[in-house]
Design a protein around this ligand. Structure first.
Ligand code: SF4
Length: 159
């Protein structure tokens, strides 16, 4: 099992925005922070915006930031939305399924249960859980000069 690059990048972008609070991030900054091309970043930002996770401000001083508080953003919800287009197995896609075992396959129900458990775990995680008190992450993603108060001493050591 492997997450799509798009979902992984969406998580990185949300963490970058959460770390930077009200500080608007530009696509080029996101691209650098998240180690991806500007095209790829722009594409995922567009989707996150369309799904209501991000607010975008256009113009020379524009950029993106979270559309709601980090503790109101469910990682499970985001994963479901971003992974929804890609069926986990062929038989999960009724329209294109050609697996000859579909009618008798027991594996299918176990996969459904395993996937349900996977999302259930992520449903209990918010974006806030990923960034709160994570000074190492703040050190990597914070654009503003002042790091989160609780990380000041740790980040000041340059380690
Ligand atoms: S083998 Fe079973 S789980 Fe795999 S695609 Fe076919 S029906 Fe689905």
């Amino acid at each position: 099992m492997r997450l799509t690059t798009r979902t992984n990048l969406a998580a990185r972008i949300l963490m970058a925005c959460a770390t930077n609070g009200d500080r608007l991030l530009r696509t080029a900054e996101i691209s650098e922070l998240c180690n991806c091309s500007t095209n790829h970043a722009a594409h995922v930002v567009q989707r996150l915006h369309a799904e209501g996770f991000l607010t975008t401000l256009r113009g020379r001083t524009g950029g993106i930031r979270l559309a709601r508080a980090a503790d109101q953003i469910s990682i499970g919800t985001m994963f479901r939305l971003f992974e929804a287009d890609i069926p986990f197995a062929e038989c999960f896609d009724a329209e294109h399924n050609s697996c000859p075992l579909t009618e008798t396959c027991r594996l299918r129900s176990y996969l459904e249960r395993a996937l349900g458990a996977f999302y259930h775990e992520l449903d209990m995680v918010t974006l806030e859980d990923l960034v709160r008190g994570n000074c190492g992450l703040a050190k990597l993603l914070a654009m503003h000069p002042a790091p989160p108060a609780q990380c000041g001493a740790e980040l000041g050591q340059g380690g």
